[in-house]
Design a protein. Structure first.
Length: 430
C-alpha cells in the first residue's frame, strides 16, 4: 500500500497533524505501536491550558490553541453524534518565582493581547481560599528540615482568566483522529515501525514489524518518547542542536480542600515545585515541576517505565501541594497516573523539516505541548506544504498566520537547529 504521508504516532499531536494534512488533501496513514489513539503520553497529560512561555512563539501558540479548544466542535468539523472533549475555563495563577519573573513574560502577554491580572499576596490569599502565600524558594526535599521552616517573605501571582484545562486528554486525541478519518485518513494501531527507507535522496517508505511496507513521499515523526529511535531509523538527527531524552513523570489525584471545591482554579507553583488543577468530583490533580532537589527519572527505554504511581513521588508532590494548601490532606496511598515525556534540552518542542527530504518532526513536546496540539497540526501542515513546494524552512523559516488571534508566529522558534532557549525555566512549564 502507498500513501502520500505516513504519520508515526497517534497521540494528540500526531492525530492533530494527521487531521490538518488530510484536510489539506494529502492521503494520510497513521501508525502507532500502541493499541489505541492517545494511549501513550497523551493519556497521562494534565491537559492544563496556560500561556506562560518564555518565547513569543510559545505564547502565541498557546493563545491561538486556547481559541481552538474553546471552539472545539467547529475546529473538528465533525458531524453530530460524537462525544467531544470539553474545555474548562477556570483561570490560572502563575505564582511568583525568580526563575520565571513577571517581567519575562508579561511583555509577551501584552503583545499577544492576553488579559491578565497582577496579584499581590493579599489578592492571592483572597482569590485562592486557604492558600499559604509564603515564599519558600528554592524547593526542598520533604525530609529536609528547611522544608517546614517558617518564612516572613510572601509572593503574589499573575492570573490569566482564560486559562483552564481540557477535561479528557485521551478523548481529545480521539476526537482529532475521528476528524482525520472523516477527511480520509487511515489509522493502523498496534503496529511498530522498524525501518525507514530512502532512495534518490529522500524518504520512500516505512517498514513495520511483521514485514509490511508502506510506500510514501512524506513521513512525520510524532512518536513522543520513541521519537529519537525513529529519527535513528531514518538516519536523521546529526544536525540537531537540541537533544531529546525520555523522562518518566507522575501526576497525582487527591481530594480538594473544601474551600477550593466551589472556587477551584489552576495554579503553577515553581516556588515549591508543583502545579495543581481542579478535577471533576471535588478533586485535584497535582504534578511536579522537576525541582533540582529531586532525582530526574531519565529512561533509556520508554517501554520499561513503571506505569504506576509510586509512593515516594506521590508523597513528595502532594506534600509540597499541602505546604501551599495547608488544608489539603495527604493520603496514605498513591493514586494517579505515570507517563513518559519526550523532553528537549530546553523544554521547547521541535516542529521542523530534517536533512532527509520528506522527513519531518513534531517532537520534544516535553509534557507541556498538549495545550498546543490543535495549532501544532496547522504548524506542520504549513511547513510540509511550503517545503514540499520548494521552500527551505532552514533558510527562509515559515511564518504562521493564526486565524483566531491574528498573530504571526515565527516557526523558526521550534527549529531543530535553534540556539537553546536560555529563557526557559528548565521545567515542564517551559
Amino acid at each position: 500500500m502507498n500513501a502520500d504521508v505516513v504519520m508515526i504516532g497517534a497521540g494528540v499531536v500526531g492525530a492533530s497533524v494527521a487531521f490538518e494534512l488530510a484536510k489539506a488533501g494529502y492521503g494520510v496513514v497513521v501508525v502507532d505501536k500502541a493499541p489505541g489513539v492517545g494511549h501513550g503520553s497523551t493519556s497521562a497529560s494534565s491537559a492544563v491550558v496556560r500561556f506562560n512561555f518564555s518565547t513569543a512563539a510559545g505564547v502565541g501558540a498557546a493563545w491561538e490553541s486556547r481559541a481552538c479548544w474553546e471552539t472545539w466542535p467547529e475546529h473538528l468539523e465533525l458531524p453530530g453524534g460524537h462525544d467531544l472533549a470539553r474545555y474548562v475555563r477556570t483561570g490560572l495563577a502563575m505564582l511568583d518565582v525568580d526563575i520565571a519573573p513577571r517581567r519575562s513574560y508579561l511583555p509577551l502577554f501584552d503583545a499577544a493581547g492576553i488579559p491578565y491580572e497582577e496579584w499581590d499576596s493579599a489578592a492571592l490569599a483572597e482569590r485562592v481560599p486557604g492558600i499559604d502565600v509564603g515564599r519558600y524558594w528554592p524547593p526542598k526535599r520533604i525530609d529536609d528540615e528547611g522544608f517546614w521552616a517558617d518564612t516572613t517573605a510572601t509572593l503574589g501571582a499573575v492570573y490569566t482568566p482564560d486559562g483552564g484545562y481540557v477535561n479528557d486528554p485521551r478523548l481529545a486525541a480521539q476526537n482529532l483522529a475521528a476528524a482525520a478519518v472523516a477527511r480520509g485518513a487511515e489509522f493502523r494501531l498496534g503496529r511498530e515501525v522498524v525501518g525507514v527507507d530512502r532512495a534518490g535522496g529522500r524518504v520512500t517508505a516505512i517498514r513495520l514489524a511483521g514485514g509490511d511496507r508502506l510506500g510514501c513521499a512524506i513521513v512525520v515523526n510524532a512518536a513522543g518518547p520513541w521519537s529519537t529511535r525513529v529519527n535513528a531509523l531514518a538516519g536523521v538527527g546529526g544536525d540537531f542542536t537540541v537533544g531529546l531524552r525520555p523522562m518518566r513523570q507522575e501526576v497525582h489525584h487527591v481530594a480538594a480542600p473544601e474551600a477550593l471545591r466551589a472556587n477551584g482554579l489552576c495554579f503553577a507553583d515553581l516556588d515549591l515545585g508543583t502545579y495543581v488543577r481542579p478535577e471533576g468530583g471535588g478533586s485535584l490533580l497535582v504534578g511536579g515541576t522537576e525541582p533540582a532537589c529531586d532525582p530526574v527519572q531519565w529512561l533509556d527505554d520508554p517501554g520499561a517505565a513503571n506505569p504506576n504511581p509510586t509512593q515516594a513521588v506521590f508523597e513528595a508532590q502532594v506534600t509540597r501541594a499541602a505546604r501551599r494548601l495547608p488544608e489539603l490532606a495527604v493520603p496514605n496511598r498513591a493514586r494517579g497516573v505515570a507517563g513518559v515525556y519526550d523532553v528537549a534540552d530546553d523544554w521547547t518542542p521541535i516542529y521542523d523539516q530534517t536533512d532527509l527530504p520528506g522527513f519531518y518532526v513534531a517532537i520534544g513536546t516535553s509534557g507541556n505541548q498538549f495545550k498546543n496540539a490543535p495549532v501544532v497540526g496547522r504548524f506542520l501542515a504549513a511547513i510540509v506544504d511550503q517545503v514540499e513546494n520548494g521552500r527551505s524552512h532552514d533558510e527562509n523559516p515559515v511564518r504562521f498566520d493564526a486565524p483566531h488571534t491574528g498573530a504571526e508566529i515565527d516557526l523558526a522558534a521550534f527549529s531543530r537547529r535553534r540556539p537553546l532557549n536560555t529563557g526557559s525555566s528548565g521545567t515542564v512549564l517551559g
